[in-house]
Design a protein around this ligand. Structure first.
Ligand code: NAD
Length: 493
């Protein structure tokens, strides 16, 4: 492919460069299906270089010997630069992925707080002195940077999903190679300019992209990678785990979901309907925590359907750069095809479309906001992650059945409960198999709150103060504090 006017290069060892195999890809604007930018792709040789430089950086005075407070200062600087450039980055992310501009700009501004949170934590990674059960021993633990991190991110919220990896990794003193999604990598290359400007030493952060075979697989299987932080699909995660058998890299997996939202008959129905809309049509449904299985008390099913239908009538589907639009396009044509196929099968199985169900005519990857009633739990749309604006709704007779339906998925990422009964909210929350439970709210996130899933939604947690320890290794040091020599090992006491 040829270079376009908007062209992005790989960022390796503090320099922007072409890929060694001169492979170029285009990013298509989901609004009109026209290529709007081109970018260089990394080859295995480029990955080898980036990992080599990252390893050197760890041993360098500039990075390896920098104290934790100084690392924190660099991260604070990066946070300010991200906040200052949020409009520019948001615009690029919108062109790349089709997400609403209002969403990408707001998210980018908020992402700067993730960098600030981990900047503050950098010099609070403390070891401990152990009350050891051995005489004359002083024992303590210290945490060291784990090493070179491969951060592999999907296209749907790259600034956010990069921050949850890059910020704790840098705060802990690691070096990082970010593998941006080849579907929409341009905002990440814009980020490389800010990382450079903030003054991180050469090789500490490299940003690459490319396809699975030439870029992601060589990176995640590279023998010098010490940790893999991955967000993406469950099937890709299986390959990542296989790749890690080459390097024994500890791995974080943040994967897909099919999150349940349970609406009890005593809920504030207006609030529940808003939660359902926000949880499913936000980011056009391209969210790992989309609450796409809406499980409603039979007594209020009709009321909820009427409310969602009413609210959805006023949704403006259109150009994500236009501030009046409520629902932008999907990132790729492939997603539209997948949604169409799944809806077709679901209708054959007895699913009933209440509204929507079609691609919007004309150019762009637009899909109508859609509600489908599922008479049972085996309908395709209620099982599969749709990654589009499609709500599957199903009714329950009692609390136990609601919980059973909620837990009948291989995933376990988000969940929602709408009820005014506090006891019921806590009781049900306890029984739901999910890493996050939102009660009378949905899709709220924070750098302070751990984020991650159960079951096939992955393992480990991003955000929250414990997540920084994923980027460290613990060393235990034993010191004999007696003046006596070690005793004869063959004499038992
Ligand atoms: P994907 O799994 O196709 O790709 C994710 C990343 O992995 C990309 O950078 C891709 O290039 C790379 N990759 C692909 N094949 C690989 C291989 N064989 N070896 C190594 N790397 C490989 O996912 P996607 O379509 O970009 O994103 C959508 C998925 O991400 C959805 O399932 C969604 O639920 C999930 N997601 C999860 C979270 C979370 O935090 N749990 C957040 C956002 C998205």
């Amino acid at each position: 492919m040829e270079k376009l006017n908007n062209h992005y290069q790989l960022y390796i060892n503090g320099e922007w460069q072409s890929g060694s195999k001169s492979q170029i890809m285009h990013s298509e604007n989901p609004h009109n299906n026209k290529p709007w930018a081109s970018f260089d792709c990394a080859s295995k040789e480029d990955i080898d270089d980036a990992v080599g430089y990252a390893k050197n950086a760890l041993a360098s005075r500039a990075w390896g010997s920098l104290n934790a407070t100084e690392r924190g200062k660099l991260l604070f600087k990066l946070a300010d630069l991200i906040e200052k450039n949020a409009d520019k980055i948001g615009k690029i992310e919108t062109k790349d992925s089709g997400k609403l501009l209002a969403e990408t700009v707001t998210q980018t501004k908020y992402v700067s707080d993730y960098y600030r949170y981990f900047a503050g934590l950098a010099d609070k990674i403390e070891g401990s002195t152990l009350p050891i059960d051995k005489k004359d021993m002083h024992v303590y633990t210290t945490h060291y940077p784990i090493g070179v991190v491969a951060a592999v991110v999907p296209w749907n919220a790259q600034m956010f999903l990069t921050a949850t990896k890059l910020a704790p990794a840098l705060a802990a003193g690691c070096s990082v190679i970010i593998k941006a999604s080849e579907m929409a990598p341009c905002a990440m290359f814009e980020l490389s300019k800010l990382i450079h400007e903030a003054g991180f030493p050469k090789g500490v952060v490299s940003i690459v992209t490319g396809d699975a075979e030439n870029c992601s697989a060589p990176l995640t299987s590279h023998p010098d990678i010490d940790r893999i932080a991955f967000t993406g699909g469950t099937d890709t995660a299986k390959k990542i785990i296989q790749n890690s058998s080459n390097n024994f890299a500890a791995t974080n997996l943040e994967l897909g979901g099919k999150s349940p939202m349970i609406i009890f008959d005593d809920a504030d129905l207006e609030s529940a309907a808003n939660g359902i809309i926000a949880g499913n049509f936000g980011a056009s449904g391209q969210s790992c925590v989309a609450g796409s299985r809406v499980i409603v008390d039979k007594k209020i099913l009709k009321k909820i359907i009427d409310l969602i239908s009413q609210k959805s009538e006023s949704i403006i589907v259109g150009d994500p750069e236009n501030s009046n639009s409520n629902l932008g396009p999907l990132c790729t044509k492939k997603q539209i095809q997948k949604i169409e196929k799944t809806l077709k099968k679901s209708i054959q199985q007895g699913g009933k479309i209440i509204f929507g169900g079609n691609k919007v005519r004309g150019e762009g990857n637009y899909f109508e906001p859609t509600l489908i009633h599922c008479p049972n739990n085996q309908i395709e749309t209620i099982k599969i992650e749709m990654f589009g604006p499609v709500i599957s709704i199903i009714e329950f007779e009692n609390e136990e059945e609601a919980i059973n339906i909620a837990n009948s998925s291989k995933y376990g990422l988000g969940s929602g409960i709408f009820t005014k009964n506090l006891a019921k909210a806590h009781r049900v929350s306890r029984q739901i198999q999910a890493g996050i439970c939102w009660i009378n709210t949905y899709r709220a996130i924070s750098p302070i709150a751990p984020f991650g899933g159960f079951n096939q939604s992955g393992y480990a947690r991003e955000a929250g103060k414990q997540s920084i320890l994923d980027y460290t290794r613990t060393k235990t040091t034993w010191i004999n504090i007696s003046d006596d020599p070690m005793t004869d090992p063959f004499v038992m006491r």
